[in-house]
Structures are given as structure tokens and as C-alpha cells.
Write a protein that binds this ligand. Structure first.
Ligand code: GDP
Length: 335
């Protein structure tokens, strides 16, 4: 957006109005602003989020979709999102940039991913910036979701690649985490980390079609009994296990039906509001850490101490441990 608009509260109010009216250009500009790491944009981003506010509007369903490259995430998002559109719902997707290295470099490339969603005026698909390292979560994913929610999307989907940390990060951002898994030979739980299974609210065995259908059903049965034992003590009970085929549109309606019902119940009971507050506290803590580091790194005295100690470590004059302590000891930020 033009710089004058960013510095002008009226410009930001107009941008917030545009978002609320679901103007596509306004949504795109607002997300770009909240994702910006430029110092001069931070105040405007904060003001914009304030203007967007959280009023009494119906909360969107925030759904995380995670799985290894090749499991069928983008095919599922296209099928699931199209199903929601047919039901008259408005859908936004924060998608992984397929050119990122961890995505496995989708052979099909950007244009053909989620073609129906990308071309519908009731849907909005946005690649997550810098999604390479983080598996699809950026330090501004929550703010991007807030913009999409203010734009009155009914469902906000966040796609992440299972790279360990990303499941924890996405779990702390969404209302429901759906893990997509493939059938494999032998032990079906192999390759899925126990901690990840614990975070998921639902697990869908993908590509349950053609020759693979029977195998997928038996994998799902195996998963169900394993989860019952693993998660006997979990308050929410074990994750629901589904089978689905994005290519043949099987299992999609069942997944939505469970999600929709769970969402309605959580909105009515107040559990959703509590969950989002708890998530807000976690996000606040992480953003404070980010801000603390940013401020330290910008402090010239810190920079001098840092360079001096780094050189001392490189020259073998000190240990990394002593140097780290000395770096802060000699550059306390002003209080
Ligand atoms: P992603 O890397 O997780 O986004 O996976 P993709 O959605 O790109 O899918 C990887 C491959 O699996 C592609 O060749 C898809 O055509 C195929 N695939 C995805 N979903 C299904 C499905 O439901 N059934 C079958 N048979 N193949 C699928």
C-alpha cells in the first residue's frame, strides 16, 4: 500500500473497512502489512489489527492441515475447499509455497495447485511467506488469520508440512488440527511421531481409493485401536480417525460433518473462546521473545559486544559459554 496510507489512521480505517467488506485487494494488502517485518510498518500493522478488532461476529473455523510432502495436502485442500464452497461457505487458505524446499518441490507447480479455490470469488488462497524453514507457519500466521476472519471467511485453512516443530506451532494456532497420513506397509504408526498424534484432533488416512482402499481402511482400524490405548487418559479422548480420497471425493463430507458439529458445540459452550484466549497468551509470549531479540540485535552496544565476543570465540581466546555470558554482561540494555 502507498506509504501515506500506512501512516494515516484514516487510510488504515479504510483498509480495515475494505477487509470487512471482503474486498480482495484490501485483504491482500492487509495481510502484506501484518506480515511485514519492516520497523516502520509495525505500528501501522498493530493499528490495523486494532481497527479490525474482534467484534461479536461468528468466529471462523480455523483448521490446520498437516502432513508429509506427497501425502496429498493440496489435493485434499482443493477437494475439501470445493466441498465447502458448494455448501455456500467462504473459504480462505494459508498455503505452503510449493517452490519451498521442504514441500518436496511440487512437480505440478503453483498454478495448478488448488485451481478451483484459486479461481473462486468465494475463496482466497495465500502462500505463507518464508514457509520453507518453518513448514508453513510464519511469525505472522495468527495475524494473517485474524485478517481473514475479519473478512468473514467461514473456514480458514492453514496448510503445514510435518517437519516436527510445525505441528506444535500449528496446534497452538487453530481450533482443530487434522493430520493427513498415508498407509504404509507393516506398522501403521511407524513414521508418525507419538507427540504429533497427541496434538491431532483428527487423523485422515488419505488416498483411500482404488487398490488402496482396503489397505487404508485397515490402517484406519489399526490407528483407532492404537490411539485408544495411547490416549486413554486424554480429556478430549482419542483423535477421530477417518479415511478419505480427495480424488474420488470420499470421506470429505464425514470430516466436515464432525468438524462443523464440534465447532458449533465449542462456540456454544464457550470452550472456543477459552481456547483462543489460551492460544493468545502463548502467541503473546512468543512475540515478546521475538521483540526482545529484535531490540537486542538493534542495540549498538550489544552489536559491538557481540562482534568482539564472536571474534574471541573464533580465535580460541574464550569458550562459547563464557563469551555468551560476557556478551550480555557488557551490554545491558538501558532500563
Ligand atoms: P502434498 O505434497 O501433500 O500437497 O501432496 P499432493 O496433493 O501434491 O499429492 C501428491 C500426489 O498424490 C499427487 O500425485 C496426487 O495426485 C496424489 N493424490 C493426492 N490425493 C489423492 C487421492 O485421494 N487418491 C489418490 N489415488 N492419489 C492422490
Amino acid at each position: 500500500m502507498p506509504d501515506d496510507a500506512k501512516n494515516d489512521p484514516n487510510g488504515l480505517r479504510a483498509l480495515a473497512d475494505g477487509v470487512r467488506q471482503s474486498n480482495r485487494r484490501a485483504i491482500a494488502r492487509a495481510i502484506t502489512l501484518v506480515e511485514s517485518h519492516r520497523d516502520e510498518d509495525l505500528d501501522a500493522a498493530s493499528d490495523l489489527l486494532g481497527f479490525l478488532g474482534s467484534d461479536t461476529r461468528k468466529p471462523a473455523l480455523r483448521l490446520g492441515i498437516s502432513g508429509v510432502p506427497g501425502v496429498g495436502k493440496s489435493t485434499f485442500l482443493e477437494a475439501f475447499g470445493s466441498y465447502l464452497l458448494r455448501r455456500g461457505l467462504r473459504v480462505a487458505v494459508l498455503a505452503i509455497d510449493p517452490s519451498s524446499t521442504v514441500s518436496g518441490g511440487s512437480v505440478l507447480g503453483d498454478k495448478t495447485r488448488m485451481a478451483t479455490l484459486a479461481s473462486s470469488d468465494q475463496a482466497f488462497v495465500r502462500p505463507t511467506p518464508g514457509a520453507g524453514a518453518s513448514g508453513g507457519i510464519s511469525p505472522r500466521t495468527r495475524e494473517a488469520m485474524a485478517v481473514l476472519e475479519a473478512a468473514n471467511f467461514d473456514v480458514v485453512l492453514v496448510e503445514t508440512i510435518g517437519v516436527g516443530q510445525s505441528e506444535t506451532a500449528i496446534h497452538d494456532l487453530v481450533d482443530y488440527l487434522l493430520l493427513l497420513v498415508l498407509t504404509g506397509a507393516g506398522d501403521e504408526l511407524q513414521g508418525i511421531k507419538r507427540g504429533v498424534l497427541e496434538l491431532a484432533n483428527g487423523i485422515a488416512v488419505t488416498k483411500a481409493d482404488r487398490d488402496n482402499r482396503e489397505r487404508a481402511e485397515s490402517a484406519a482400524r489399526e490407528l483407532r485401536s492404537a490411539l485408544k490405548i495411547l490416549h486413554a487418559a486424554r480429556p478430549a479422548g482419542p483423535a477421530t480417525v477417518f479415511t478419505c480420497s480427495a480424488l474420488e471425493n470420499l470421506g470429505i463430507a464425514e470430516i466436515w460433518s464432525e468438524l462443523e458439529q464440534g465447532h458449533r458445540e465449542r462456540v456454544e459452550s464457550g470452550a472456543l473462546e477459552q481456547l483462543r484466549r489460551d492460544q493468545g497468551v502463548l502467541w503473546y509470549e512468543r512475540r515478546v521473545q521475538e521483540e526482545a531479540i529484535r531490540r537486542w540485535l538493534q542495540d549498538p552496544r550489544f552489536q559491538r559486544a557481540f562482534e568482539a565476543q564472536r571474534q574471541a570465540v573464533a580465535d580460541g581466546r574464550t569458550t562459547p559459554f563464557a563469551a555468551a555470558r560476557a556478551t550480555f554482561g557488557s551490554s545491558e540494555p538501558e532500563r
